[in-house]
Design a protein around this ligand. Structure first.
Ligand code: WT7
Length: 651
């Protein structure tokens, strides 16, 4: 296990408890404690009951077919995800309700009612069809946080095409890799994106990414205009607005999809160099998203809900697009950064729209703490009634700060543990029922069963730590890894028989609350983003000067973890601060800015065991300045001494 041992020490003294405020409990969607027991006794019955909140074209005839590790949920059911997210609301009293309140970085705004959104989605679906997109085709989407992004997702889902969104912060090489793996013939991008007043050259990146790829057409949204200076390639590139103008304004009939038809792929980092295309299907995924909006987020028709994530990650898929829209919410969508143009941007948005439910990441909360309370204090935040966090363990101090300075002591906090693979929130409080403890995601939501187990797969007693596992299949679980079912079985289902292994360590307290300790595999979590150490190592070794590289995550005050790279250079290469800069730049080009190492240390040799394995734990200890444990298995102990010395010198 590699989670930060200091964290466990902190946790053991954390005993503050916060019962749901009476006022909240009284109005909560889920306010009957017996739901936990009912769902635990009959999870399939629970999910079947929740599935009544979706609109089906044809009912299923079996809730679950479980041929471990392959699941089929709602067998033979037929539905369309976009019909559920948009059209069914257009047919009822929510027709003219606001669906999306969009706030652009430069302060431009757009408002879409469900009816307006539906018309745009239908036009976009006609447009995709005119480009030859059919059910089952993969469409890669590389867009900033503009309304065309959810519209593109919903248009794909309406046709039955499989979308694969690539976060706009990824490099052209990372985009190329994901396009090729998904075998997409269409790429949707923008001329450029805004970022703190500057431009992200999305079209230029896309131009590089599509070389030697399956892409035949590039659909370009104009976000920035002339300033972006894009070059359009005749016969390949077309403007979104040109085709939208030509698209018929008639309704686009929703494709009837099987419950198990693939809805989307989303690439995520693993322990090997190659990102995995996580496969989610239609009914089960939508059900997980929809149910958690009502249970964990206590969504009501009157709410103004804001999730600050980017749709490029799973949080945005589930809690900006599919969850809120399927539940008929009014949701804020923001294009920009929290500090542009000023550090009160988020609080200004909360006040402006009267946000009632606010969902963000611990790394942002720590940043706000550092900036100081004057920024939230300069705005009226009284509209807020519920707060959420996701992406990494939240340290109790940050939880308390969030509770006091954003929630003013009145708002329950839902710390939601889940993953790209789980599709929706798995361990989280139900805000009207669960007593929270700062730093714990508390207990699994109804219908989900988890355990903390030891090396043998036996559940640990309360008070102990081990591996977190999910013990029963759930509707929004990943179905496979795109094109690599073996990897799916090996990565998630081989460690403990019959259990899903997420790769996190956890501690179970005396009330059987779960405290997530962090990843126990070679994956690091930088500002809530998952980065494989192998990916960064491969990027470094790809540089002509590098012989070998070892990458670790060390604790970082704001980011949670930061990337430290230990590098040995090839014979004859001079190490210099210039080379450090070059190597950092190289990683950014290969992967994206999120993978930029915080520091790079040159070593004559990397510490290895006698069986030639790099001792990462040792490197982590060196990087965190901790006392070193057992180094007796080390082939050459002097390597450690010289590394330690160097690390000190570099500080
Ligand atoms: C990993 C999944 C799910 C959306 C964001 C990240 C960590 C996520 C929590 C939480 C402690 C958390 C885990 C997990 N994580 N939420 N509330 N408390 N850790 O999705 O990129 O698939 O990463 O993020 O380590 O395995 P992802």
């Amino acid at each position: 296990m590699t989670p930060d041992p200091n964290r466990l020490d902190n946790l053991l003294v954390e005993n503050r408890k916060f019962a749901p405020p009476e006022k909240f409990r009284a109005q909560a969607n889920f306010n009957d404690e017996s739901i936990y027991e009912t769902a635990a006794k009959d999870p399939e019955g629970y999910w079947a009951k929740q599935a009544e909140n979706l609109t089906w074209f044809q009912p299923w005839n079996k809730v679950l077919e479980w041929d471990a590790p392959h699941a089929k949920w709602f067998v033979n059911g037929k539905l369309n995800v976009t019909y559920n997210c948009v059209d069914r609301h257009r047919e009822g009293p929510r027709k003219n309700k606001v669906a999306i309140l969009w706030e652009g970085e430069p302060g431009d705004t757009k408002v879409y009612t469900y009816d307006m959104l539906g018309r745009e989605v239908d036009k976009a679906a006609h447009m995709l069809k005119s480009l030859g997109v059919k059910k089952g085709d993969r469409v890669t989407i590389y867009l900033p946080m503009i309304p065309e992004l959810p519209i593109a997702l919903l248009a794909c889902a309406k046709i039955g095409a499989i979308h694969s969104v690539v976060f706009a912060g990824f490099s052209s090489k990372a985009l190329h890799e994901r396009i090729s793996d998904a075998d997409s013939e269409l790429l949707i991008t923008a001329d450029a994106g805004w970022r703190r007043g500057g431009l992200i050259p999305l079209k230029a990146n896309a131009d590089e990414a599509v070389v030697d790829s399956p892409v035949k057409k590039v659909l370009v949204v104009e976000r920035v205009g002339e300033k972006a200076g894009v070059e359009m390639t005749q016969g390949r590139d077309v403007y979104w607005h040109d085709l939208m103008k030509q698209a018929p304004s008639t309704p686009f009939p929703a494709e009837e999809m099987d419950s198990e038809d693939v809805l989307f792929l989303l690439y995520t980092s693993g322990t090997t160099g190659k990102p995995k295309g996580i496969v989610h299907t239609s009914a089960g995924y939508l059900l997980g998203a929809n149910t958690s909006m009502r249970s964990v987020f206590d969504l009501k028709d009157e709410d103004v809900y804001w999730c600050t994530a980017d749709i490029g990650w799973v949080t945005g898929h589930t809690y900006i697009v599919y969850g809120p829209l399927s539940a008929g919410a009014t949701a804020v969508m923001y294009e920009g950064s929290p500090d542009y143009p000023t550090r009160d941007r988020f609080w200004e948005i909360v006040e402006k729209y009267g946000v009632t439910i606010f969902y963000t990441a611990p790394t942002s909360i720590r940043t706000f703490m550092k900036w100081g309370t004057q920024y939230p204090q300069s705005h009226n935040l009284d509209s807020l009634r519920l707060l959420g966090t996701v992406g990494e363990p939240i340290n109790p101090e940050a939880w308390m700060w969030y509770h006091e300075h954003i929630g003013h002591g009145n708002c329950p906090i839902v710390d939601t543990w889940w993953q790209t693979e789980t599709g929706s929130a798995m361990i989280a409080p139900l805000p009207g029922l669960t007593t929270t403890k700062p730093g714990s995601a508390t207990r699994p939501v109804p219908g989900i069963s988890v355990a903390v187990v030891d090396e043998e797969g036996k559940p640990v007693e309360p008070g102990n730590g081990g591996y977190l596992v999910v013990t029963k299949p759930w509707p929004s679980m990943l179905r496979t890894v795109w094109g690599d079912d073996e990897r799916f079985k090996k990565t998630y289902w081989s460690q403990f028989k019959g259990y899903y292994t997420p790769g996190d360590g956890a501690h179970l307290d005396e009330d059987s609350y779960v405290w997530i300790l962090g990843r126990i595999d070679d994956v690091i979590n930088v500002s809530g983003h998952r980065i494989g150490t192998m990916e960064v190592e491969s990027a470094l070794v790809d540089h002509p000067s590098v012989a070998e590289a070892a990458v670790i995550g060390r604790s970082h005050e704001i980011k949670g973890q930061a990337i430290t790279a230990f590098v040995t250079v090839k014979e004859g290469v001079e190490t210099s601060s210039d080379l450090v800069d070059q190597l950092k730049k190289h990683v950014v080009e290969k992967i994206g800015a999120i993978a930029r190492p915080e520091e790079i240390l040159f070593a004559a040799e990397l510490p290895k065991t006698r069986s030639a394995k790099i001792m990462r734990r040792l490197l982590r200890d060196i990087a965190e300045g901790r006392v070193l444990g057992d180094t007796t298995t080390l082939a050459d102990p002097s390597v450690v001494e010289s590394l330690k010395q160097q690390y000190k010198d570099s500080e």
